[in-house]
Write a protein that binds this ligand. Structure first.
Ligand code: GDP
Ligand code: ZN
Length: 369
């Protein structure tokens, strides 16, 4: 047993590329570790020295200094610097303390948009981030087997679709829903441009989502329909907005908060698969108390990190049936004695949702590339 206030950690240099998954790192990621700013990093090599390649770090609370730290919210990150907004709306340009960078598995995720941090102000406009509060609700993207957090402390995922122009694409909604369930985020569906269609035509679709416990808001940025309700849903939360370009995300935010002045109709490269959007995630304040992530990356979300066999488990309307299939590895496509297909046949699962499932598996997950 380690003595009180001391812990044994793996010995490593500050700039070592790969971080050992030692207790400190793991505890930190899981939010159980004592606050970093409480650690007095006075260290000494233990008697065994290099034999164990471990060191004893004496943790001493530095409570008297806590008062100097200010709390803020990271609104954007660029390289090793980030913008931190404080309660009164002032924004500090902050650097990130080295120990935080060392502790992150991937240097780029040491601090991400949406993080709640404590920092030491070094001037009226500059500061140094000393502590990152434990994260909840992270939106991740995996590429080259590395997980990148693109937004943290996401309270909900709003999936924005347009009913016309561009035309409604339910399969895209279903795809975004998988992201939400995979990341354990509460989804809300927003169907915009209601002024362009006869709403009777979408009732059935709306009914299916409602029966899955997902709220569907019908809006029009043009007429203001549903905008008050949308504003209410954004209040007090950090919301990630997803949806194809042109569906009206910027227009809706401008309608929620006149004066926000987001550029409408900016032709982005979202549909141009040859190019990558380089814009970083930003957190936009929406009055009275909401924050919305502008995350260019997830607009063109693709199921990078879901296995075909996991998809049905991420669809709440399929879940009651999947364990009743004859084969435990059933993909619910061509197998016999498939409880999911039986449920589709007698209408307990919506046929369109099942089609979307097959489509997602065939186009996104079972293709070799
Ligand atoms: P974003 O790419 O999702 O941010 O979409 P924008 O907000 O830039 O809107 C794309 C286009 O759709 C613009 O020309 C808007 O004027 C138009 N638009 C947005 N919302 C509505 C709506 O509710 N009704 C109609 N008729 N047009 C809309
Ligand atoms: Zn099955």
């Amino acid at each position: 047993m380690a003595k009180r206030g001391k812990r044994r950690i793996e010995f490593r240099k500050n700039h070592q590329g790969r971080v050992r998954d030692g207790d400190l790192t793991r505890d930190y990621r899981e939010g159980r570790k004592r606050k970093l700013d409480e650690i007095e990093t006075a260290e000494r090599l233990s008697g065994k020295g290099k034999l164990t390649r471990r060191r004893t770090v004496k943790e001493e609370p530095r409570k008297e200094q806590d008062g100097e730290l200010r709390s803020g919210r990271v609104v954007s990150v660029h390289g090793h610097r980030c913008k931190v907004a404080v309660e009164n709306g002032e924004v500090y340009e902050c650097a990130i303390r080295q120990v935080l960078k060392s502790l992150s598995i991937d240097g780029r995720s040491a601090v991400v948009a949406g993080d709640l941090v404590r920092f030491r102000a070094t001037s009226n406009v500059d500061g140094m981030i000393e502590h990152v509060e434990p994260r909840s609700g992270v939106l991740c993207r995996t590429s080259k087997n590395q997980q990148h957090i693109i937004a943290s402390n996401v309270d909900q995922l709003m999936i924005v679709s347009s009913l016309a122009s561009p035309s409604l694409k339910p399969v895209l909604i279903d795809r975004y829903l998988l992201t939400a369930f995979q990341c354990d985020l509460q989804p809300t569906i927003v169907l915009n441009k209601a002024d362009l269609v006869d709403l009777a035509e979408v009732q059935q679709l709306v009914g299916v989502y409602c029966s899955m416990g997902i709220e569907v808001l019908i809006t029009s940025a043009d007429t203001g329909l549903g905008v008050d309700l949308l504003r209410e849903r954004l209040e007090g939360k950090q919301t990630a907005l997803s949806g194809q370009s042109g569906v009206g995300k910027s227009s809706l935010l401008n309608a929620v908060q006149p004066g926000l002045g987001l550029a409408v109709g900016r032709i982005s490269d979202d549909n141009n698969k040859g190019r990558h959007t380089t814009t970083a995630t930003q957190l936009i304040p929406v009055e009275p108390s909401g924050w919305v992530f502008d995350t260019p990356g997830i607009r063109q979300f693709k199921l990078w990190d879901v296995e075909a066999s996991e998809v049905a488990g991420l669809m709440p309307d399929f879940v009651p049936y999947v364990s009743h299939c004859r084969y435990p590895d059933c993909l619910h496509l061509n197998e016999d004695a498939c409880a999911v297909k039986d449920a589709v046949i007698d209408g307990r699962i919506d046929a369109r949702r099942y089609d979307a499932y097959c489509h997602l598996l065939e186009t996104d997950l079972l293709v070799e590339d």
